[in-house]
Design a protein around this ligand. Sequence first.
Ligand code: MOS
Length: 735
Amino acid sequence: MKFTAPAGPNPIDQGKVIGHPHDRIDGRAKVTGTAAYAYERNSLAPNAAYGVILGSAIATGTITRIDTRRAEASPGVLGVVTYKNAGKLKKSKSHAARLLAGPNVEHFDQTVALVVAETFEQARDAAKLVEVAYAPTKGRYDLAAEKDNAVTPKAGPFGPPDTKVGDFDSAFAGSPVQIDSTYTTPAHSHMMMEPPASIAAWHGDQLLIWTSNQMIAWAVRDTSEILGIRHEKIHISSPFIGGGFGAKLWVRSDAILAALGARLVKRPVKVALCRSQVPNNTTHRPATIQRIRIGAGSDGKILAIAHDSWSGNLNSFREERAGAQTRLLYAGANRQVTHKLAALDLPEGNAMRAPGEAVGHLSLEVAMDELAEKLNLDPVQLRILNDIQYDPEKGPARPFSSRKLVECLREGAQKFGWSKRNAKPAQIRDGQWLIGLGMASALRNNPTQPSAARVKIDKKGHNTVETDMTDIGTGSYTVLAQTAAEMMGVPLHHVTVKLAESHYPVSCGSGGQFGGNSSTSGVYAACTLLRAKLAQQAGWDPETTTFEDGKMAFSAQSKSLAEAAGPKGMSAEDKIDFADTQKKWAQASFGAHFVEVAVHRVSGETRIRRVLGVFAAGRILNPKTARSQLLGAMAMGIGAALMEELAVDKRFGYFVNHDLAEYHVPVHADIPHTEVVMLEELDDKSSPMKAKGVGELGICGIGAAVANAIYNATGIRLRDYPFTPDKLLDHLPPV
Ligand code: MOS
């Protein structure tokens, strides 16, 4: 199905199943421990041996000697994989570095060996007996020090790295009110609940990998490229995933080394990274330096806006697109967004929840607060004044598919009691606590991706959806079932959803907050075809045949779906293709965050007191799972503001705090009651579902709202994230 023009009325509009807060259909399996995650699929590989990964102890240099003899002689050990016996491996285009080092080492904790043994303990013990000698070389580990060596990266899938409209420099110079601020954000770790894990087995020349991966087709493609075996020989399965946040968009060392280990010992091999391997062996969100300049008239209208961002990566792999939201969020005739990339020798930096926008808002939305103060304007008002209903770079020819930013701001301000805020900082006290309010806008691009599905109906009228889409904890099983139930006119329990097998039709996968909207659109397409086939078989007009209450009907005739499907059942497969809709319309989902903080006047500790997010993201397919996505992302954004930071050892080139005791993420005690409001909206230009992405929207802007609230509470304007108490301590008002 080609989606080329705005969607007209369609069966999804009935809203009998879609739009209802159904519990996750996989929820019971997950909470009862019966959902088999990657490392637990023992029934498929009952005699699996255990593999433990040994990572490099240096960041850059070469392995001068690697001796596996003591490890191999250790009890239970079946074999040791190193670059010496692994055969020829390629680096795929999806990876900054090879997944197995040797003899050269590209980053700290890059895999140097996999020790395979009968038990996990034997493998872990023997891994300590692998002797590796290194000749380290000097590396580059400090973004600030490499900033001046950064260059403009080549255009990637998100278009050119730099965009310029009008004449920023002269418009900024001539602006009556100016802001010029620089912000820094540190590297972040995904720290998903389930670290990467895989079981691999060879059946002849067929490779089976049961893994934890967001993008099944990419996993097949990259495994093929790395191992040099054909796509059709590779089978990937990933039905349950304990979080990904972008770290599982690509196969990592667990999958590839499990495959190599299984080939070596001629038995299935299971490999899980341990928590402390997550930051350095896998990927992270790169650190950024961001300079924001905004020039405005005394009326508050933006005349010039520039966002210049610097990030670094291993082998100059890819930049962090921190300027993404600045291209679209506010009006202003003269604008500039630039990205520069420095070569660093830290582990691979890559996508993490709302890559680009998540850290981009941390600077832009604080700069807007600084501008509002300089203008003596309310920050909500400043944003409303600078709303724009079309792409500010391309002009009115490219309107937004839908944009309810102003509605989010107004509704949020009203619900939160924003008008009671004292604009003058450091005025409100509650005992030992300084109280402040802050807010920020949220924009996250709404990419759409082709997505295919097959829908089968059996002789009993039961429907089965098959697609290689994944559910990373987001609710895919549930919204896909809701879509099929709505389309076929059956209750939810008459639909079974089967996901994440590489032999199923290729979906969009889970990423970039396109998963929910695009994959349900793929199921919509397949169901549309199945409806037409059923109608045609009955000799009825597919256009006017209706599907309701387990029956299909045409003028005065009607029959049950079981009857219509016939003794052999019926099946239809189709793919949604979004044609040039992304070109025609600027697409994003929007929101507004409001936060109340308390900062301790002696210790500088910040506590979050109240949080409200108001969002407009098209049709909400399931308010319960959508709310969970927004809530989780908001908690993650609060983490970025207050605590999350991978600390770099700039001498040796690695992330020091590699566990959850030292890499702090928010826990329940850090997050108070959070209110999430989703505005009614239908976006007929986004997809036939009229939905947009919600999975990454919530993390955009909330951290800046926290920063702005801290300023309002204390009068301290911090610009280097995260805002830990030590940064406030020296600047707090005298006690
Ligand atoms: Mo997302 S960072 O594309 O999983």
